[in-house]
Write a protein of this length. Structure first.
Length: 487
């Protein structure tokens, strides 16, 4: 059997090789230009295409090219559907060689050709639901929610009944969205990942995302000039108007590349930014949370990569100007990923770290592990729900809730307790609390969750998208708000 291999997108040098001998001990380069690029997808023509396609191979590289070879990789023809698109994968029709699909890293989503790659069209029809990676609500406007998804930044109004795509900064890939707690019409969006030598953009809208006249930058630190700058997060201070904190992950994109983080502060609602000296080199910044009781107290979660311990949890008592490491005695806290501050007494602080939840009852000085929960956890939220103090966990295992500070956990009611949930946000008014949850969906059976690729009899399909959980005068209901493309 012939085996093809290609290394990572940012490896140097980039190579693609193939081996024909049974033990795969000898390797040869494929033909140019594919021999010197890294690939995101390698697809061999299926047997059902017939013997005429026995040597046909299609590949997509890490940047903007799709190539086809009909001689086993010796020569190549470009089938690129659109310039400057990052292609993440290919799909071949099981019986028709003229029908191909290409997925992209942009909001265009999927391209389809019915002429073997001569021409391509955007193929969105039937793919109406998207899974949001991050959600943000608006102060005193519980029926408005913003969602960051692969297709871009979306705004839901009417409790999610109507959705609108928001073009940010010339159609950039938005990574994070936040709303201003003092000016509901002001929205902050961090731009997409950038390579070395570039600054990360922050976009500011004053009209609910309809226009973005302000662009500021998180400046590249000189010591990380050879790093890519990724995954920016941003949090407004709910007690001090105009104060924002933002964090960045710097990564030397190699197989064993180093990672680091930088924290930034703005005192003028995102117009300008200054790098904060934390007093040491820190790991990538994962989350920032402001204390409820003491407005000048701030918490920061940092986490290392797969081969290095992180720098863990930090605490500031002056609004983020200076920082102290806390929780160093707890090894798990080196991999802190998410922070939730309890909005009502006893005002505990919870940290998700290394797939475990830790709690502090003295505002970050000491930490205790809660009851062990087994499952992949992505995010943590402490709810304003009254009279209970509810802690939510979300991840591949579904939505879980605890009313005793993490001592015990139960599935959330309805289907969201059984399908993956990867984003949470909450909105609060005087008479109700609204929890928004983003899910990839799946099939729910009597025995639990099934992947979308494994539908069984007696299953219920849960659509991907946003769901809303409302607490109002004792009434609690989950409502599906499946995101759809809109002009």
């Amino acid at each position: 059997h012939e085996l093809w291999v290609s290394n990572c997108c940012f490896c140097q040098p980039q190579v693609t090789r193939k081996s024909n001998n049974p033990s795969h001990t000898a390797w040869t380069a494929v033909g140019a230009p594919v021999d010197s690029v890294s690939l995101t997808s390698i697809e061999f023509a299926p047997d059902t295409w017939g013997p005429a396609y026995a040597d046909t191979v299609l590949v997509s590289d890490c940047w903007d090219e799709i190539q086809r070879s009909d001689d086993g990789g010796d020569s190549w023809t470009s089938l690129d559907p659109q310039e400057d698109e990052w292609h993440t994968g290919l799909g071949l029709h099981p019986s028709d060689p003229s029908v191909l699909y290409a997925t992209t890293g942009s909001r265009q989503g999927i391209y389809k050709t019915m002429e073997g790659g001569t021409s391509w069209q955007v193929a969105h029809e039937g793919l109406t639901a998207v899974a949001p990676e991050q959600l943000a609500t608006v102060a005193d406007q519980p029926d408005t929610v913003y969602a960051v998804a692969d297709i871009g930044l979306l705004k839901g109004t009417g409790g999610g009944a109507v959705w609108q795509g928001l073009p940010v900064g010339g159609d950039v890939n938005v990574k994070f969205v936040a709303t201003d707690p003092f000016t509901p019409s002001r929205v902050y969006a961090t731009g997409g990942d950038v390579g070395m030598g570039n600054d990360l953009p922050v976009y500011v809208s004053e009209d609910g995302g309809q226009s973005w006249p302000i662009t500021s930058y998180l400046t590249e630190p000189p010591q990380y000039g050879q790093y890519a700058h990724l995954d920016p997060i941003l949090q407004p201070d709910p007690s001090h108007q105009g104060l924002l904190l933002a964090g960045v992950r710097h990564a030397r994109i190699e197989l064993d590349g180093d990672e680091a983080g930088t924290l930034y502060r703005s005192d003028d609602a995102g117009l300008t930014w200054a790098e904060i000296d934390v007093g040491q080199e820190i790991s990538p910044v994962q989350d920032v949370a402001f204390d409820v009781v003491s407005p000048t107290v701030v918490y920061m979660a940092t986490s290392g990569d797969w081969h290095d311990a992180g720098t863990g949890v930090f605490r500031s008592t002056d609004g983020g100007l200076t920082w102290q490491s806390v929780g160093g005695a707890v090894a798990d806290l080196d991999q802190a990923e998410s922070i939730a501050v309890e909005p009502r007494p006893p005002y505990r602080v919870f940290v998700l770290a290394n797939m475990r939840v830790y709690v502090s009852e003295d505002r970050g000085l000491t930490w205790t592990q809660t009851n062990i929960f087994h499952g992949a956890i992505e995010c943590l939220l402490s709810s304003h729900d009254s009279p209970d103090s509810i802690l939510y966990l979300a991840g591949g295992m579904g939505l879980r809730r605890s009313t005793d500070g993490g001592d015990s956990w139960e599935r959330a009611a309805g289907v969201l307790g059984q399908v993956p949930v990867y984003s949470l946000a909450e909105a609060v008014t005087a008479d109700r609390t609204v929890l928004y949850a983003g899910t990839t969906g799946g099939y729910v059976t009597a025995g639990g969750f099934q992947a979308l690729s494994q539908p069984l009899a007696d299953t219920t399909l849960v659509n991907a998208g946003v769901y809303r959980f409302t607490t109002r005068q004792g009434c609690k209901v989950y409502l599906p708000l499946v995101l759809r493309d809109s002009d």
